[in-house]
Write a protein that binds this ligand. Structure first.
Ligand SMILES: [Fe+2]
Length: 487
């Protein structure tokens, strides 16, 4: 028997609903009533916020599960909604979203070229510009007091313009498997406390090291002031901002500038290699991306995904974004740690999805990192936007997922390295005090466990990573599906 240093693969097995009653208990847990004057706290974790008398519009996709839709509408009405309507992309933008598959991980770089990458105004759910279309629809239909749309990201509310106050949250529930996930009903108190414990060490960091068994090894250092700024803006519920550049640029930077100090975005000098086999769109042959002081300097492998990155890197090698320390398009600009303990890789539509990012669900599980490169748009900074427009530059960034990373910080003034995440396990989940809080809601061992751990042959299950997995992850995953094994 082989013994592995990483936890064995596992996955949840939700059953496809066959009636509304299969979805009602979950719908009732997700609906949260708020006061008329309250702004919902929307994070990546979806909640169905409702106010008394709301007339609700839900922007969904053609593959909407009908039992989920009925159950959600019923639960919203039980908690005070007057009416719940669903609307589809065809009615808003005149066409259906493309059907995509996780087999096409290379598409993420195509989205970047098309100006629809993460970090731009494109909605993550379809990339069809639903935000703007929804805004116009709300102009024409003032009776709606509440709207749900998109699946994550910070642009949904903003894209609604003067209707931003009607944004009640995301709607990732076209898919029944995602809707039924226990991930969304993780006790909120435990969730926030866990995140607080994850962020606190950042403010004490002097050096940072990220390693992963698929081959990543990245390091950078921060000054005391930079570490403090990082800690302050790392909190985005469900999706913590572990990139110093992300946490100190765009809207975050502007908040900090209120303090009358000049605090430019923090380029921490990320150096090393980012390696992996998956992104938000899907899978690709293993890629290695080399960075020197935040800038991408070399790309090895990656198949078509790698080719697309190499093309853009070459094409824009003389570009110098305003505010960036040198020339070049690809900068290390994203290290996000999602925190949904019960999240998982969604099987029901992974080869037949209407989300533009069919592999997005896996990255929401606590401990999974998605690391990104490209440009932080420095949203709202006119000079940056004008420059991109004038030079016809794509904006935004693309990703690599790391499942079993160790993220450790060297605590300032000591030689002690603290593992914030240890081989994919969020250390805070082992914190005695946090487990004490969790005990109010049930058995901590049950609440604070991962339902999903991906198979990586040679790393946490039988096989050879470089031979059996790295060249063609999809082939390996399909083989396991055929054998009835978890993916
Ligand atoms: Fe990102």
């Amino acid at each position: 028997m082989s013994v592995y240093n990483y936890p064995a693969p596992c996955a949840p097995d939700y059953k496809k609903p066959t009636k509304v009653a299969d979805c009602l208990p979950q719908a009732r847990k997700l609906v949260t009533k708020i006061a008329a004057s309250e702004q919902p706290k929307v994070g990546v974790a979806p909640r169905l916020f409702v106010k008394e008398g709301d007339v609700v519009l839900i922007v969904t996709l053609p593959d909407q599960d009908k039992y989920v839709a009925e159950a959600a509408a019923q639960a919203l009405m039980e908690k005070g909604a007057k009416k719940v309507d669903f609307i589809y992309p065809r009615q808003l933008v005149g066409r259906d979203p493309e059907i995509v598959s996780v087999e096409d991980g290379w598409k993420e770089v195509e989205l970047l070229k098309a100006g629809k990458a993460s970090g731009t105004e494109a909605d993550l759910i379809t990339g069809l510009g639903l935000g703007e279309a929804a805004r116009k629809h709300l102009d024409e239909h003032p009776e709606y007091t509440s709207i749900f749309f998109d699946v994550a990201g910070g642009n949904a509310r903003r894209s609604l313009g003067k209707h931003a106050g009607k944004f009640r949250g995301y709607w990732p529930f076209n898919n029944w498997e995602w809707f039924l996930a226990r991930a969304h009903t993780f006790p909120e108190e435990v969730w926030y406390e866990m995140e607080r414990r994850l962020i606190e060490p950042l403010g004490k960091a002097s050096q940072v090291r990220i390693t992963d068994p698929e081959g990543s090894h990245l390091e950078f250092s921060v000054t005391p002031e930079e570490a403090k700024r990082w800690e302050i803006y790392a909190m985005l519920h469900g999706h913590l901002i572990f990139s110093t550049l992300h946490a100190t640029s765009g809207e975050y930077r502007q908040k900090f500038l209120d303090e009358t100090l000049d605090c430019p975005p923090v380029f921490a000098g990320v150096t090393g290699v980012l390696a992996g086999t998956a992104n938000h769109c899907g899978f690709f042959p293993r890629i290695e991306l080399y960075f020197e002081r935040d800038k991408m300097v070399e790309v090895k492998g990656g198949g078509t995904y790698g080719d697309g990155i190499r093309d853009l890197k070459e094409k824009y090698k003389n570009t110098r974004w305003p505010g960036y320390p040198g020339k070049g398009y690809f900068w290390f600009c994203d290290t996000a740690l999602c925190t949904s303990v019960g999240a998982f890789r969604r099987k029901s539509d992974m080869f037949n999805s209407q989300w533009v990012y069919p592999n997005l669900p896996e990255r929401t599980r606590a401990g999974v990192f998605h690391l990104g490169f490209g440009s932080r748009t420095f949203a709202g900074e006119k000079e940056f936007e004008d420059y991109a427009r004038k030079n016809k530059l794509p904006r935004g960034h693309i990703h690599v997922h790391n499942y079993m990373a160790t993220f450790e910080v060297k605590l300032r003034g000591t030689n002690y390295w603290y593992k914030v995440v240890d081989k994919g396990w969020v250390s805070a989940l082992s914190d005695g005090d946090l487990r004490g809080i969790a005990a109010k809601y049930g058995l901590p061992d049950e609440i604070m466990k991962y339902d999903w751990i991906p198979p990586l042959p040679g790393i946490n299950c039988r096989g050879n990573y470089l031979k059996d997995y790295a060249p063609d992850p999809i082939k390996y995953l399909k083989k396991r599906i055929k054998e009835g094994k978890s993916i």
